[in-house]
Design a protein around this ligand. Structure first.
Ligand SMILES: Cc1ncc(COP(=O)(O)O)c(C=O)c1O
Length: 384
């Protein structure tokens, strides 16, 4: 029997709009997008909406509204925190510490800094992708100006010991940046006493539309502008603000904070159920062991399976999951995260990231597991 709907288990890429966000967007569509920098009443109305969004986000994160800058998403927030932060810090030193499993928006920022003479240490990770806080401490030198570690890895769901890492950075007066794009909504994140100097967020992982994100920058931690034009966002991020998106992001963040425990329980139960089914499949390896993981992301790999054949067959069944190839569009190179965990290229390519969202049901997990088992069994059979 052909299903009429997709099985969508790729919520870590982009998730369904929250109903509260949809109604906020339709209100804005009715009233029109005026420019918050305009001095007339209509512009001031948009500016007030932007201020309100900033205030809500600040409350959710336990910081001041002036510490929130709106961006176009997580990528821009990471770029701005790193490139803008380093531009101010460069007189103090030229050494930065991170790890190899960060998101490309972080790693590519560092690559560009390497070209300008900065020295980047990519800490080795263990077979789960975790970093050792003591190895981090040992890699800090007098020249170290910045460290950045993501809270939750977007491909494996691994949780890094961010609080410990930030504390170590603080001990040595090294600035600390954290990408919480996949962590927000799953773990309590509060900036008070966090030791974190900057933090990147993205809307479309949370039920807001794509094209909005935010950067938290601790008061006193200066960053330079990386875009030029108007003096919006405290003279750091030029360009007319997406105030509709900002409001949607605020609503989505507020929603996630209010429902964090219920959602955590829902995802944990579904994930246990999913993992139980997956473990019975032929040739499977679940990339999740002995550490703390986000409850909504599970990575698994199949031995001796052609990754391309696997994804073609999943797509033919209208099943949406991520593959073990790099997440930049169109790229088929094996994922840098999975290869850093020690997976060989073939196994990395025959890997799935299954990620759940608010709408995911047990029925969907059942349907997915049934289809996946049939596909994998048929691939093994065809290759005999
Ligand atoms: C951990 C992480 N950081 C940054 C980003 C980039 O965010 P955006 O798509 O909003 O630019 C993503 C997107 O998948 C991500 O998973």
């Amino acid at each position: 029997m052909k299903r009429s709907e997709a099985i969508y288990l790729d919520h870590a890429s982009g998730t369904t709009l929250l109903p509260e966000v949809k109604s906020c967007i339709s209100d804005w569509l009715e009233s029109g997008m005026t420019n918050p920098s305009s001095i007339h009443q209509e512009g001031r109305r948009s500016a007030a909406g932007l201020d309100e969004a900033r205030t809500i986000i600040a409350k959710v994160l336990g910081c001041k509204p002036s510490e929130i800058l709106f961006t176009s998403g997580g990528t821009e927030a990471n770029n701005l925190a790193i490139l803008g932060g380093v531009d101010v810090l460069k007189e103090k030193g030229r050494h930065i510490i991170t790890c190899a499993t960060e998101h490309p928006s972080v790693l590519e920022s560092y690559k560009s800094l390497e070209k300008s003479g900065f020295q980047i240490t990519y800490l080795k990770c263990d077979s789960n992708g975790d970093v050792d806080p003591e190895a981090f401490r040992a890699s800090i030198t007098e020249d170290t100006i910045l460290a950045s570690f993501m809270w939750v890895n977007n491909e494996t769901g691994l949780v890094h010991p961010v609080e410990t890492l930030a504390q170590i950075a603080n001990d040595y007066e090294v600035k600390f940046h954290c990408d919480v794009v996949q962590a927000f909504g799953h773990f309590p994140i509060n900036m008070e006493n966090s030791g974190i100097d900057s933090l990147a967020l993205s809307g479309h992982k949370l039920g807001a539309p794509a094209g909005i994100g935010a950067l938290y920058v601790r008061k006193g931690h200066a960053i330079s502008r990386t875009s030029f034009g108007g003096s919006q966002e405290q003279n750091v991020r030029a360009g007319t603000q997406n105030h509709m998106g900002a409001k949607a992001l605020a609503i989505a963040m507020d929603y996630h904070l209010a429902h964090i425990d219920t959602l955590h329980k829902k995802y944990s139960d579904l994930l246990d159920y999913l993992q139980g089914h997956l473990q019975a499949m032929p040739g499977i390896q679940v990339n999740r062991q002995g550490k703390q993981y986000s409850p909504n992301i599970l990575s698994c790999s199949f031995k001796h399976v052609d990754g391309e054949a696997l994804f073609i067959r999943l797509d033919m069944k209208n099943i949406a999951v991520s593959n073990g190839a790099a997440c930049s569009s169109g790229s088929q190179a094996p994922s840098h995260v999975l290869t850093a965990l020690g997976l060989d290229e073939n196994t990395a390519q025959a890997s799935l990231r299954i990620s759940m969202g608010i709408k995911t049901t047990k029925q969907e997990i059942d349907d997915f597991c049934r289809e996946l088992e049939q596909i994998v069994t048929s691939i093994y059979r065809d290759s005999e």
